[in-house]
Design a protein around this ligand. Structure first.
Ligand SMILES: [Zn+2]
Length: 118
């Protein structure tokens, strides 16, 4: 079943990519931030949302990745430089990881911290 979470985001986009179907509803502030980004930049693709433990290991995720809790999203915004997206998320209260060479940013609802490629 596919349920609308925000005007431009539905549950299927956040499901575990291994095929297991696991979905954990992202925290509301995370959904709000994604929708706000979408409103400004256009379509925001969720590369990775919820991950089951198996899938998290397969993709080399951290042992205590916020993706395991459904509290993280790796996003790509076609046509918009990663630096611009990262700059817009600067004030985000949770985690922000910036990966320009891999073409995505990670945002999560965990503690406020910054990481990623230097
Ligand atoms: Zn899975």
């Amino acid at each position: 079943m596919n349920i609308t979470l925000r005007p431009n985001f539905s549950t299927w986009e956040f499901r575990c990519r291994c095929g297991c179907g696991l979905f954990i509803r992202p925290p509301e502030p995370l959904l709000d931030a994604l929708q706000a980004a979408r409103n400004i930049f256009g379509p925001v693709f969720i590369n990775s949302g919820t991950r089951c433990p198996f899938h998290n290991r397969m993709v080399g995720g951290e042992k205590f990745s916020m993706h395991l809790l459904g509290s993280a999203a790796d996003i790509t915004v076609p046509g918009v430089p990663i630096a611009d997206i990262a700059a817009w998320f600067t004030g985000w209260s949770g985690g922000l990881g910036v990966y320009p060479s891999r073409g995505f940013i990670h945002i999560d609802a965990g503690p406020n911290r910054r990481f990623g490629e230097k």
